[in-house]
Ligand binder design. Structure first.
Ligand SMILES: [Fe+2]
Length: 386
C-alpha cells in the first residue's frame, strides 16, 4: 500500500460488518478511518460515520491511532471479534477527548462512552489503556501551539510543555463515569504493552521515553540525526518498559521500571490471548542492542516474571514489529512470530517466521523487493487468496 506521507497507515483493524464478514480499515494519526479491501489492498476511502455525538460548535479533529479490542474478544494480534474502543479529540471553545465504541455489525456508528473535558488540546493519544472494566487515558503533558503553527512553525517547533505532572483519566466502561489519577511526574509514551485489573488495582506496562518524545536529538524523529552516526549513537532519550499500578481506592499511581537503558525498546507485542490479563512475556524491537550503536537492532523477548531475556539478532539488519500468532500450546510463548527483516548491507528483505519459544527462524522467505523499515504489522487470519 502506498501513501503520500509518513505514518498514514499506522495501524489496521477489522470489525464485523453485520453481513457475515468484516470491514477492514487503516488508522492514521488523525481522526480518519480509511476502509480498504483486504484482497487487493486498495484503499476504498474515508469512513463516513452516521453518529452525531460531538458537542455543538465543536469539531472532531485528531485522535487515537490504536483502537483497542474489548478484553477477551481478540483471538489474534491486530484482529478483533468484539467491540473496538477508540478516542477522538473534540476541539472548540473547550477541549475534550471522546472515548467511543464501535460495536460488531455497526462499523459506521461510534457510540459515545464518555466525553472527558481536558485542560488543553492533547498532543497525542496514539494509544491508551483498556482493561475489562476501565479505559485509562494518560494525558501526556504537552500540546501543539496552534498559533505558532499558523505562523509557519512545524510540529516539532510548536510543541508546548503543559506541566510537570501527568493526569490519567480513568473511564468506567459500563456507565462512562470518569475518575482522575495524577502521576507526579511527566509520562511520555507511544505504545502500551498490556493492561489488566484486579479487585484493588489497575495496571499497565508501556514503552516510556525519558523525556518528551518529539525531541530534536531523537533519531526516530529527525532525519539529520538518524543519518549522522555520532548524533544517533549519542542520543539519550531512551525508551524503557515501565509498569504503572493505579490503586482503585486512592487513585495513587506507582511506577516500576522493568528495563533500563541504554537500549531502547518499543513496538511491543504479546500473545493476544493475554491481552487485558496478567501476563509474563512481551516481544519488542530493541535499538542499541549492543549498548553502543543505535543501528544495532534485535527482536527482544522478555519474560518479566522470570526476568529471562532472549533475542533474535542478525548483524546489520533491521526488523519490523513482530506479530505473535498462537499455535495452540499451553505455554504463553507457544506460537510463532511474523516479521520482516531488511539487510542494510545488501538492501534485501525477507519475511521471517520465528519459533517464539526459542527465538530461532522456522522459515525465511526472500521478498522480491526491499521493504523500507516500517513499524506496525497486522495478521488477518481470515485472509484467503483463493
Ligand atoms: Fe503505533
Amino acid at each position: 500500500m502506498m501513501a503520500a506521507n509518513d505514518n498514514n497507515f499506522a495501524v489496521a483493524y477489522r470489525i464485523a460488518d453485520g453481513m457475515g464478514g468484516y470491514r477492514h480499515a487503516l488508522m492514521t494519526d488523525t481522526e480518519l478511518h480509511l476502509d480498504f479491501d483486504l484482497a487487493s489492498l486498495a484503499v476504498i476511502g474515508k469512513r463516513h460515520f452516521s453518529d452525531h455525538f460531538r458537542e455543538k460548535g465543536h469539531i472532531l479533529k485528531g485522535g487515537g491511532t490504536h483502537l483497542q479490542c474489548e478484553v477477551g474478544k481478540s483471538t489474534s494480534a491486530g484482529t478483533c471479534d468484539g467491540a473496538l474502543y477508540g478516542v477522538v479529540f473534540e476541539q472548540g471553545a473547550s477541549n475534550a477527548v471522546d472515548l467511543y465504541r464501535l460495536d460488531p455489525g455497526y462499523p459506521e456508528l461510534r457510540k459515545l462512552v464518555a466525553r472527558v473535558p481536558l485542560p488543553f488540546s492533547p498532543g497525542s493519544f496514539h494509544s491508551f489503556v483498556l482493561t475489562e472494566e476501565y479505559a485509562v487515558l494518560p494525558l501526556q503533558p504537552f500540546s501543539f501551539d496552534s498559533l505558532e503553527m499558523l505562523e509557519g512553525s512545524d510540529l516539532m517547533h510548536a510543541i508546548k510543555n503543559e506541566g510537570q505532572n501527568t493526569t490519567l483519566y480513568i473511564v468506567k466502561l459500563l456507565d462512562g463515569s470518569v475518575y482522575q489519577a495524577v502521576f507526579p511526574q511527566q509520562l511520555f509514551y507511544v505504545h502500551v504493552v498490556n493492561s489488566w485489573q484486579n479487585s484493588t488495582h489497575i495496571s499497565f506496562d508501556a514503552s516510556v521515553f525519558d523525556r518528551q518524545s518529539f525531541t530534536f536529538d531523537n533519531p526516530g524523529m529527525v532525519l539529520e540525526v538518524l543519518r549522522n552516526k555520532t548524533a544517533r549513537d549519542t542520543s539519550t532519550n531512551t525508551q524503557t518498559i515501565r509498569r504503572y499500578t493505579i490503586d482503585r481506592a486512592s487513585w495513587v499511581v506507582v511506577e516500576e521500571r522493568i528495563t533500563e537503558g541504554p537500549s531502547f525498546v518499543d513496538f511491543p507485542q504479546i500473545n493476544p490471548h493475554f491481552l487485558g490479563k496478567p501476563y509474563c512475556i512481551y516481544y519488542g524491537i530493541e535499538w542499541k542492542h549492543d549498548g553502543i550503536e543505535y543501528g544495532s537492532w534485535a527482536l527482544r523477548k522478555h519474560n518479566i516474571c522470570t526476568n529471562e531475556v532472549q533475542f533474535y539478532y542478525e548483524a546489520s539488519t533491521f526488523v519490523s514489529e513482530s506479530i505473535f500468532v498462537p499455535t495452540g500450546g499451553p505455554r504463553e510463548d507457544d506460537g510463532v512470530l511474523l516479521l520482516v527483516r531488511t539487510a542494510g548491507m545488501t538492501n534485501e528483505s525477507s519475511f521471517i517466521i520465528l519459533n517464539a519459544t526459542c527465538m530461532r527462524p522456522i522459515q525465511e522467505i526472500q521478498l522480491p523487493h526491499m521493504v523500507g523499515w516500517f513499524g506496525h504489522s497486522t495478521f488477518f487470519p481470515e485472509f484467503d487468496d483463493g
